[in-house]
Design a protein around this ligand. Structure first.
Ligand code: F6R
Length: 359
């Protein structure tokens, strides 16, 4: 049941420290990443990694893909529903990674079937043991977030992003041309603290007050660059999904290529600044602010945007690979509290289902 919480979504947001501990458990050993199902050498033949996913899982896939690209691998992230028209060619040295919480999303299953018919090897990254994706793929890695009841994906996003970050290290260790992250040790050491950092966000957040302050706006924009880009897109998806308010997420640099026309004093901008590619976010946030938009800086305090931002949602300072996930927890809470104040049916938003089994 929901226990002390009014909604499953809030319970699941608060469950993230536990979920993340389970995700990480036993997978980092002596500075190496280990997955039971994927021993060292498993990816020796991998040349290209193609991620396929939908919605929130697509945002987690973007996160993982950027890390893999930084390790020197050829990477592609494809919206599963657009696989036929947008995916690049695959061959037997292509690993297609299906990121799907439920393991039952029809668009994602279909994309994997197409890729494997064309000769790719497949790996499912999923929360559900025995799901269709897990059964059909050549290999499966479980994110171990525990059951998620709320239609809005929260803890499964965090656990997917962490699993994919670890998987990146596992793959990079096998591929001769790849270079594992230079600050890998520091990154993995910080991961051990991630559950407690999430705990701190949950304890000290001012998301409810902020949601209250901003609630009668016309539109809500979310921007981010680098690793924060997927966090901004996810923030906007969650916000529109459960509040029914107009929200959009953009890569920071895109704002001036059109969306800026929508920016007014009634369109707050959540600027995600987490230590990776923040410069573009700062300049574009300041541009929007000069048009009257209130700026909310989301990230660790040392990002420089605090000086100019109208409000901040602060998170503990950590490695840029993990800081985005803390910023995301703040944005989950903003969406939750905004939806709650608007009296929305948070766990079952209109027109949406937990798993979309039609194409
Ligand atoms: C958003 C949400 C959806 C799912 C998407 C994919 O909160 O829940 O966007 O992320 O339908 O679902 P899975 O991960 O089950 O394939």
């Amino acid at each position: 049941g929901k226990g002390e919480y009014d909604h499953y979504m809030l319970k699941e947001i608060h469950n993230q420290p536990t979920a993340l501990s389970n995700t990480i458990e036993g997978r980092v050993e002596n500075g190496d990443v280990a997955f039971d199902a994927l021993p060292a050498g498993s990816f020796a033949e991998t040349e290209t990694v193609q991620f396929v996913a939908c919605g929130t899982s697509y945002h987690a896939a973007m996160y993982g893909a950027q890390l893999l690209r930084e390790a020197g691998l050829r990477t592609e992230v494809v919206r599963a529903s657009e696989y036929d028209s947008t995916a690049g060619p695959v061959d037997e040295n292509t690993l297609v990674v299906a990121v799907t919480q439920s393991g039952e999303t029809a668009d994602t299953l279909d994309a994997v079937r197409t890729a494997t018919d064309r000769g790719a090897r497949s790996l499912a990254v999923t929360n559900v043991v025995g799901s269709t994706a897990a059964r059909e793929a050549d290999d499966a890695v479980y994110i171990r977030a525990g059951p998620e009841v709320g239609v809005a994906a929260t803890k499964t996003y965090s656990s997917q992003a962490v699993t994919l970050a670890l998987l990146t290290q596992r793959i990079a260790a096998d591929v001769p041309e790849a270079t594992p992250a230079a600050d890998r040790e520091e990154m993995l050491a910080e991961l051990e603290h991630l559950p407690e950092y999430v705990e701190q966000v949950l304890e000290f957040t001012e998301a409810a007050e902020l949601a209250d302050d901003l609630l009668d706006s016309e539109s809500y924009f979310f921007i981010g660059n680098g690793l924060s880009r997927s966090v901004a897109l996810e923030g906007a998806l969650k916000f529109k999904e459960i509040t029914y308010e107009h929200a959009e997420g953009f890569a920071s640099g895109q704002l001036k290529h059109g969306p800026l026309a929508l920016v007014t004093e009634a369109s707050p901008i959540f600027a995600v600044v987490t230590g990776d590619g923040d410069e573009k976010t700062k300049t574009n946030a300041i541009e929007a602010q000069s048009r009257g938009a209130p700026i909310v800086a989301v990230g660790p305090d040392d990002h420089g945007l605090v000086d100019v931002a109208d409000a901040t949602l602060s998170v503990p300072d950590t490695h840029p690979v993990w800081a985005g996930l803390l910023a995301n927890v703040q944005l989950q809470l903003v969406s939750y509290h905004a939806a709650d104040m608007l009296g929305r049916p948070i766990d079952k938003p209109r027109n949406l289902a937990k798993s979309v089994t039609v194409e």
